[in-house]
Design a protein around this ligand. Structure first.
Ligand SMILES: Nc1ncnc2c1ncn2[C@@H]1O[C@H](COP(=O)(O)OP(=O)(O)OP(=O)(O)O)[C@@H](O)[C@H]1O
Length: 260
């Protein structure tokens, strides 16, 4: 049994659910222009697990992530972060929930150019007026592996290093769950591998929970589990994925249509 920094046993955390969708439905528009982006999706994301969400373009990956993260409203069913039900939460509570319980990583790194790497990492907590847990921050920074570059500004860092700063920023407040939307989409394959390795370490060594949308079977192979979406429904999932197995599954979508 591995013990995380907090002393919480990973084995215990692994059985708990960090986020859950139950019959989650999202409909955009009305009448003839109506699009059912999510069609009664039920899925649980366990703590200390790295999940990749894959599927053809337009299958609902980003919508699922946005609804789960409280960035978009829900048409039906429910979305929960930990024990907190998102439906019906007022804007202020939703903002608090996003700030306190959720970390975000986007394709664009979204770092502030005038701040150093370290200042960028602690910025969300500084804004919230919260002191970072020093031991945790040290551990995150160590896992980031930026060495002597913490005083550098974003322009002095490579794309991969900048994205690692963004990952560390998402981790700094120790959120319940991190949602990453194509985090390696702007990176070359070497830098992408660095960032993915770091994300995986944050799960294995720090006990974090990560959900990542990706189009890339190699990126998905870093995850513990892949969930496949097609036409707004979950059509399959795979444990301990390899890039080849994921690629084969994606090809099956093309060969048999989206609802295979
Ligand atoms: N704001 C919106 N208004 C109307 N329709 C939308 C909106 N956002 C998404 N959709 C539609 O919902 C469906 C799912 O979109 P979504 O972006 O979640 O798919 P995706 O799997 O993330 O696609 P991609 O891989 O291309 O990013 C698509 O048919 C899309 O056109």
């Amino acid at each position: 049994m591995t013990t995380t920094l907090s002393g919480v046993a990973t084995a215990t955390r692994a059985t708990a659910v960090a986020a859950r969708a139950t019959d989650l439905t999202k409909v955009y528009g009305q009448g003839e222009t109506q699009v059912v982006a999510l069609d009664a999706v039920s899925v649980a994301f366990r703590q200390s697990q790295f999940t990749a969400i894959m599927g053809p373009s337009g299958s609902g990956k980003s919508t699922l992530m946005h609804c789960m993260a409280g960035l978009d409203s829900i048409s039906g069913g429910s979305a929960r972060i930990g024990e907190m039900e998102l439906t019906g939460l007022k804007d202020k509570k939703l903002t608090q929930l996003r700030r306190d319980k959720i970390g975000f990583i986007f394709q664009a790194f979204n770092l502030l150019p005038t701040l150093t790497a370290l200042e960028n990492i602690t910025l969300p907590m500084d804004i919230a007026g919260r002191k970072p847990d020093r031991a945790w921050l040290d551990r995150v920074v160590e896992t980031v592996g930026l060495g002597g570059r913490l005083k550098h500004r974003p322009a002095q860092l490579s794309g991969g290093q900048q994205q690692r700063v963004a990952v560390a920023r998402a981790l700094a407040s120790r959120p319940e769950i991190i949602f990453a939307d194509e985090p390696t989409g702007n990176l070359d394959s070497r830098s992408g591998a660095e960032v993915l390795g770091f994300l995986r370490n944050s799960v294995r060594e720090l006990g974090q929970t990560v959900v990542m949308v990706t189009h890339d079977p190699v990126a998905a192979s870093y995850a513990d589990r892949v969930v496949f979406l097609a036409d707004g429904r979950i059509v399959d999932e795979m444990a301990d994925p390899t890039a080849d197995a994921v690629l084969d599954r994606m090809k099956a979508f093309d060969a048999k249509g989206r609802t295979s």
